[in-house]
Structures are given as structure tokens and as C-alpha cells.
Design a protein around this ligand. Structure first.
Ligand code: GRF
Length: 190
């Protein structure tokens, strides 16, 4: 099976990038991470990539540079893994239907403008929700509005803080992101 090439876009620690790397190394995904792009200089996700020889780039608000980096890496798909910038419309158009995002809530709840990272979990706790979870969805021109690919739920415990809930939701993210990538990019057997 030909390896498909992925670009992974990051902004922070890169634990979701690491989950993809681990899934490739375990043989679950027949993919190659051809490029990791961060909008933040010094993001630890960049070190995770560089430590195993994955090409990286830091690109901030520069549509042409991003398109050029993606084109020269000849990627088949783009994974937003903790990426906090809005993807330019030209990139969404160029990779329509092949861009996935991981969000730490049960979309359509607690998503959209301002709902990212710990803010999501604070809002879930403050609302007294009994459950939360994570979602992988296709990226369209909205914020967290594309078609849902995979979702997994987790109970919110009475003593949960935003931090303890985030930790449990992150574990779900690391499970469903590789599974969603396989669902979209792995050629169906047979
Ligand atoms: C986390 O808040 C995660 O829920 C969201 O992006 C943030 C950073 O994730 N998807 P990562 O560790 O950089 O992958």
C-alpha cells in the first residue's frame, strides 16, 4: 500500500501529533508525516517532530508560504492537532475534504470562537454537564463546523476540575484522532 503523506499543523505541546507518530510506528497508520507546521516559534510539538527527522516549519499568517510548504511536501491531507490559527480559505479550498481537526468537546457543544484548550473544559464544568468528550471533524470555512467523523464521550465526575477533565478528554483525543485518520485516508480493504 502506498504511504499517504500528511502535514500536521500544531501550536503547542503536540501530544496529538505524538499520538499520530505512535500510530504510524505501531503500524496502525500507513502514513508518512511529511511536514509539521507550527504558528508558534518554540512549540514543543516542533521538537517532537525534529527529534525523529520530520521536516518542520514555523509559518504565521502567511497563506502563500503555507500553501507552498504543503505543495512542496506533496501532502495528501492535513491534520490540525492543537492548531490555534484559522486556516486560510485558499488552503481549505486546495485540500477540501482532506483536512481533519480534533476538538476537545462534543461538537456542536462548547466549540467555535474562544472555545479552545482549557477554556472548553472550564465552560463544561461551569455548566454542570454530566458528560463531555472529543470530536474529530472535517475542516470547512467555519470554526469547528465541518462534518463530524468520530466522537467519543466521557463522564464528568462530581469532583472534576477543568484540569482533571482535560486530562481525561486528551486521552480520548489521542485515541480517536488516529482512528479518524485511518477512516478517511486508509484505502478500504477489498
Ligand atoms: C489541547 O487542548 C487539545 O485538547 C486540543 O489542542 C490542545 C493541545 O493539544 N486539541 P496538543 O497536546 O498540542 O496536541
Amino acid at each position: 500500500m502506498r504511504l499517504y503523506k500528511l502535514a500536521v499543523l500544531v501550536s503547542g505541546g503536540g501530544s496529538n501529533l505524538q499520538a499520530i507518530i505512535d500510530s504510524i510506528q505501531s503500524g496502525m497508520l500507513h502514513a508518512e508525516i511529511a511536514l509539521v507546521v507550527s504558528d508558534q516559534q518554540g512549540a514543543y510539538a516542533l521538537e517532537r517532530a525534529q527529534s525523529i527527522g520530520i521536516p518542520t516549519a514555523v509559518i504565521k499568517k502567511d497563506t502563500e508560504a503555507l500553501l507552498e510548504a504543503l505543495r512542496s511536501a506533496e501532502v495528501d491531507g492535513i491534520i490540525l492537532a492543537g492548531y490555534l490559527s484559522i486556516l486560510p480559505k485558499a488552503v481549505i479550498a486546495a485540500y477540501e475534504g482532506r483536512i481533519l481537526n480534533i476538538h476537545p468537546s462534543l461538537i456542536p457543544k462548547y466549540c467555535g470562537k474562544g472555545f479552545y484548550g482549557i477554556h472548553v473544559h472550564r465552560a463544561v464544568i461551569e455548566a454542570g454537564e454530566r458528560e463531555s468528550g472529543a470530536t474529530v471533524h472535517f475542516v470547512d470555512e467555519g470554526i469547528d463546523t465541518g462534518a463530524i467523523i468520530l466522537q467519543e464521550r466521557v463522564a464528568v465526575l462530581p469532583k472534576d476540575t477543568a484540569e482533571s477533565l482535560q486530562k481525561r478528554v486528551l486521552e480520548i483525543e489521542h485515541r480517536i484522532l488516529p482512528r479518524a485518520i485511518a477512516q478517511v485516508f486508509e484505502e478500504q480493504e477489498g
